[in-house]
Design a protein around this ligand. Structure first.
Ligand code: UDP
Ligand code: MG
Length: 310
C-alpha cells in the first residue's frame, strides 16, 4: 500500500483541531488503499494544541513534531517536509481553509499520473484585509518570478515521492516554499476550490509576519529587482541632469528667486534620497538573504517528536 503523509503546521489551533481531525478521519476512511500518516508540526503553540493532539494519538496515525519555539508557517512546513519519510506528501493548514475533501481530488490526479498537484483558489470568501495584500503579492510574483507559479496558489498541494525527494536534495535554506516548488518543476496539475473564511480561532498571520514573508520571497523568486537597478540609475541620472540644465537655463535667461531655488534644491534632494534609500533597501533584502544563508542556521529547531509508539 502507498503511504500518504499529511503535513499540518499548527500554531495555537486548539479551536480548530477537533473539527479538522474528524474531517481527516473521514478522508482516511474513504481512501482505504492508502496508508495515511498525519504529521502535525506544533510551531511553539502556547495553548492546548499539544494536549489535544496527544488525545488522538492512540486512535489515529498521528506524529507530533514540536518545535522549540514559534518559527513561522514556512519553517513549520519545512520541519514537516524534512521529518517525513519518503511518501506522497500533502501540505495543508490546520484551520480547514484548505478543505480536506479537496485532497480526494488531488489523489485522483495523482492516480492519473500527476507528480505535483496544486490547489488553486477559484474564489476567496475572505476579508478584504486578506484579499488585497494577496492580490499585490501575486501580481508581483507573476511579474518578476524567474519560475512563475499560478495566481491564487499557496502551499496546499500534493507532492509525489519524486518531488519530495527532489525537495529534500536542495541544500539551501528555503525561505519561501512556493518559489522553491516552482523551481523544482514537475509541471503541476491544478485542482480548484473555494477558500472560505476561517471558521474558528483567529489568523496566525499577523501583518508583521505577512510583510516578512513578502520580503523574504523577493530574493527567492528572482534577481530581477537587482538587475533593474542599473537601468533605473540611468533614468534617475538623466532626470536630475535635465532638471539641472533647465535650472541653469532659467537662471541665465530670466534669473531665479531664492524661494524657487530652494524649492528646486528640495526637489532634487528628495528625488536623490528616495532613489538612494530605495536602492539600498533592495540591496539590503539580498544581503539579508545571503547573510542568513551564510549563517547556515537551521530554519527551525525540533524539541520533540511524539507518535503512538512512544
Ligand atoms: N501557522 C504556523 N506558524 C505560524 C503561523 C501560522 O504554524 O507562525 C499555521 C497555522 O496554525 C495554520 C497555518 O499555518 O495551520 C496558516 O495560518 P493561518 O490560517 O493563521 O493563516 P491565514 O490563513 O490567515 O493566512
Ligand atoms: Mg488560515
Amino acid at each position: 500500500m502507498k503511504n500518504i503523509t499529511l503535513i499540518i503546521p499548527c500554531y495555537n489551533e486548539e479551536h480548530t483541531l477537533p473539527d479538522l481531525i474528524s474531517e481527516l478521519s473521514s478522508l482516511i476512511g474513504i481512501h482505504k488503499s492508502y496508508t495515511f500518516h498525519i504529521l502535525f508540526v506544533d510551531d511553539g503553540s502556547t495553548d492546548a494544541t499539544q494536549s489535544i493532539l496527544k488525545e488522538y494519538i492512540k486512535s489515529l496515525p498521528i506524529t507530533i513534531v514540536s518545535l522549540s519555539r514559534n518559527f513561522g508557517h514556512q519553517a513549520a512546513l519545512q520541519a514537516g517536509l524534512d521529518s517525513a519519510e519518503e511518501s506522497i506528501i500533502v501540505l495543508l493548514d490546520a484551520d480547514l481553509q484548505d478543505p480536506p475533501e479537496v485532497i480526494s481530488d488531488m489523489i485522483k490526479k495523482y492516480e492519473q499520473g500527476a507528480k505535483h498537484v496544486i490547489a488553486k483558489r477559484s474564489q476567496r470568501n475572505e476579508k478584504l484585509i486578506k484579499k488585497i495584500p494577496a492580490h499585490i503579492f501575486y501580481y508581483w510574483a507573476q511579474k518578476f518570478s524567474e519560475f512563475p507559479f499560478p495566481r491564487e496558489v499557496a502551499d496546499f498541494r500534493l507532492l509525489s515521492p519524486e518531488v519530495h525527494t527532489a525537495y529534500k536534495s536542495l541544500p539551501e535554506r528555503k525561505f519561501f516554499l512556493r518559489g522553491i516548488f516552482a523551481y523544482l518543476g514537475f509541471t503541476p496539475e491544478i485542482v480548484t476550490y473555494t477558500r472560505e473564511k476561517r471558521q474558528k480561532g483567529t489568523s496566525k498571520y499577523s501583518w508583521e509576519k505577512m510583510i516578512r514573508l513578502f520580503l523574504d520571497s523577493i530574493p527567492t523568486l528572482s534577481s530581477e529587482p537587482l538587475r533593474i537597478l542599473f537601468p533605473l540609475s540611468k533614468i534617475v541620472a538623466a532626470t536630475i541632469l535635465t532638471i539641472v540644465l533647465l535650472i541653469l537655463l532659467l537662471w541665465f535667461s530670466q534669473g531665479l528667486s531664492t524661494n524657487n531655488l530652494l524649492l528646486i534644491c528640495f526637489l532634487l534632494i528628495g528625488l536623490s534620497a528616495t532613489y538612494i534609500i530605495g536602492t539600498l533597501s533592495i540591496i539590503a533584502l539580498y544581503l539579508h538573504a545571503i547573510f542568513q544563508q551564510s549563517q547556515n542556521r537551521p530554519p527551525y529547531i525540533i524539541d520533540s517528536i511524539i507518535n503512538a509508539e512512544q
